[in-house]
Ligand binder design. Structure first.
Ligand SMILES: [Fe+2]
Length: 160
């Protein structure tokens, strides 16, 4: 890589891999959540995540690059950690609180990644692409917020 544009493209591919992995992992979170609202939050975010993947395909198409080719190792690790957490012996209430924590780690990672590519897009003068990436960034913030509210309003207390 020689330029910020090369780095930008590299990071888009990395995010694409992250979104793909998350699409495969979220059904397991839905299945393991033992609270209807939490299940719904994950189901809704699965649909959003499919949209994020589509947006990255559009962005890559506009840039004339292939979205495939990178494996996001950080997302692999986050998912692996969440899966090993789910294998622990615990009550449903603790599991609900714990899954939220795992899912928020994922959201924070994505927020950081999209924040970076949004800035690169703006700096490189790709204004439409920056807007598109910002939409995803906002949805990641929204999902994190929803999870935080579920934890604080009810699910952490139930695990006390
Ligand atoms: Fe996403």
């Amino acid at each position: 890589m020689k330029t910020l544009k090369d780095l930008f493209e590299h990071q888009l591919k990395d995010l694409y891999s992250a979104e793909e992995q998350l699409i495969n992992a979220l059904p397991k979170m839905v299945e393991n959540a033992k609270d209807e609202k939490l299940k719904k939050a994950f189901t809704d975010h699965l649909e959003e995540t499919k949209g994020h993947k589509r947006r990255l395909e559009e962005v890559c198409d506009e840039l004339g690059i292939d979205p495939f080719g990178e494996t996001c190792k950080a997302m692999q690790g986050l998912i692996k950690e969440a899966e090993s957490f789910l294998k622990e012996d615990m009550t449903d209430a603790v599991k609900n609180a714990g899954i939220i924590g795992e899912a928020q780690r994922v959201e924070h990672y994505e927020i950081s990644g999209y924040g970076t590519v949004c800035t690169y897009a703006e700096e490189l003068g790709y204004n439409d692409i920056a807007k598109k990436l910002k939409k995803t960034l906002d949805e990641e913030y929204g999902s994190d917020d929803k999870l935080k509210k579920l934890a604080k309003d009810r699910l952490n207390e139930k695990a006390m």
